[in-house]
Design a protein around this ligand. Sequence first.
Ligand code: GAL
Length: 425
Amino acid sequence: MRIFTSLFVVALALVSFTTQAQSPAAPQAQLATPQVSPKAQLVSPPQVSQTPPMGWNSWNYFANKVDDKGIRAAADQLVATGMKDAGYVYVNIDDTWEGERDANGVLAPNAKFPDMKALADYVHSKGLKIGIYSSPGSKTCGGYAGSLGHEEQDAKMYAEWGFDYLKYDLCSFIPDVMEKQAPHNKAAQMRLMHTAYAKMDKALKATGRPIVYSFCQYGWDAVWEWGPSVGANLWRTTGDVTPEWDRIYAIVSQQAGLEEYAGPGHWNDPDMLEVGNGKLTLAENRTHFSLWAMLAAPLLAGNDLPNMKPEIKAILTNRDVIAIDQDPLGRQGARIYSDGEVEVWTRHLAGGALAIAVVNVGDNRYSTHPFHLNLRKLGLAETQTGKDLWTGKTLELTGNELLVMASHDVLLVRVDAPKAIPAVN
Ligand code: GAL
């Protein structure tokens, strides 16, 4: 008994030593926002997506040109480029894979996907996971067969094929059911939408296979408030992203204030990545990726992987930035203040660390300068040591230095041991 007691004391001492070793000396309570968001705590931990899902999705670049070959190529490239090792695991087929239902209602893929089970096996053989797409309506947004009236059947089939992720896109459920069954009654329409998402959740759970459930209903009816209660692991908060700075920034602006709803297993989804797509500049690609990491957003690349440029690969595989996104504490970052066209966001990380993103959202390189970071507004004492996550250099932040940032560029800093403003007695 005595031995047991002393072992217990040693264990306690070790726990307390480890805790102290991991925590900085700084009094955490004084930083700008609390450590764990109250709403995020209310949800019981689900099996999947303890950190935001990472992977690749076919829609942003290939749209309706996705096929079996393209999915295999994407899986191969995730491995060959090192993206898999950096955490990109899901290979997600978006819309336009669907064929026709037979007399028993069983849905077959169309000619672009000759054998879904074989495809899933191939993706799994690479150590990756695979995702699929459907709609609660009769048709998907691309006009292909949806799951209306076939929810259990479809969920069972996804599980039999070996799928690990479902994106469920509202699409024709709006005219098919919401507008038909509850014309001119918005509240009733929203209830029908909740029920449809809950129905597929039940069907997915009944398969016994862990399947990430991704809601795509564009943020309607404040989905962040009810999505987790009907099984959402992630939910789109907005309409579609496009590879244009204005659209990306508009989406970012809509995320401010949603941070209290995200947490392990249930994430706000500002839509998939456009890094490497369209005419985004390198600065814009960097900022887009940095902000998605600050937002604890799913990192689903959507670019042409076989033809990815080295500088795009460098952005998508920046381990330090990915570590911000995947931080185990699971707290989404918040916009703390803006000054002219410069915005300052912070994200609380495990072990008391803090990420700071300073973004020049303006179009004119010089319009916001000179810019000095106001550490006090972040609850921080002046003089912090951090790491610039895009240059890898150690940085001393005092608030006196002039930050010069190109238009749409970002300074992303990780401070492992932030020093809070000393308490005033
Ligand atoms: C949209 C959705 C896109 C993509 C597309 C496919 O509703 O937001 O991400 O899935 O449908 O048709």
